[in-house]
Design a protein around this ligand. Structure first.
Ligand code: ADP
Ligand code: 5GP
Length: 187
């Protein structure tokens, strides 16, 4: 087991996907795990690339069959990490990137301990997070409201992980993230 495990954890709307997209250009060696989810795809999201989009019934069968390393119910949908994908990549020493909620990150830290390094991305404020979610316009008002409520709880966990970056100015936040990731990968 030699590959590194980097987990990006953040409330919805904090800018995590935007930062991860930049990371993939600078760290092409990092392989991102494609999670399974029961939430519907957003415009532009591709099955098998952004997520493996499956039904609730399929997800429940996968839970029963022990196919997830971890799974969680987030914003009223299921999300889970494929055990076989992670085992295969880890055995070949690949550096892996995960995008997880706080429950999934807690599971990873319990399982992989210090080998998994978790970076929390915090929004500058709840008001700004709300503006970003509404501005992104990918969810209904009802779903946005649910995500904002959940975010308030998740933000309370911001200092519980290995690193925390406040995504106020995108360029500065990315500079901090790049520095942290470079250090983790060099160790
Ligand atoms: P997440 O993946 O955490 O849900 P996104 O990366 O989709 O969040 O970002 C939510 C919205 O906020 C997007 O429209 C994105 O362009 C915008 N955004 C991301 N980072 C910043 C930033 N630092 N300043 C202003 N807007 C941002
Ligand atoms: P979104 O619907 O905005 O893509 O993701 C919602 C939340 O689910 C985010 O916090 C994201 O990190 C989390 N998430 C995505 N994939 C997984 C996964 O496999 N496991 C867990 N626990 N959370 C995930």
């Amino acid at each position: 087991m030699s590959g590194k495990i980097i987990v990006i954890v953040a409330p919805s709307g904090s800018g995590k996907s935007t930062l991860i997209k930049k990371m993939k250009d600078d760290f092409p060696e990092l392989v991102e795990s494609v999670s399974f989810t029961t939430r519907p795809p957003r415009d532009g999201e591709v099955d098998g690339v952004h997520y493996n989009f499956i039904s609730k019934e399929q997800f429940e069968i996968m839970i029963k069959d022990g196919e997830f390393l971890e799974w969680a119910e987030v914003h009223s949908n299921y999300y889970g990490t494929s055990k076989s994908f992670v085992e295969k990549q880890i055995s070949s020493g690949t550096d892996l990137l995960f995008d997880l909620d706080v429950q999934g990150t807690d599971s990873f830290k319990a399982y992989f301990k210090e080998r998994a390094q978790a970076i929390f991305i915090a929004p500058p404020s709840i008001t700004e997070l709300e503006n970003r979610l509404r501005g992104r316009g990918t969810e209904s008002t009802q779903v946005i409201n649910l995500r904002i409520e959940n975010s308030k709880r998740e933000i309370l966990r911001k200092d519980d992980f290995d690193f925390c970056i406040v995504n106020d100015d995108l360029d500065r936040a990315y500079k901090d993230l790049k520095e942290i990731v470079s250090k983790i990968l060099k160790k």
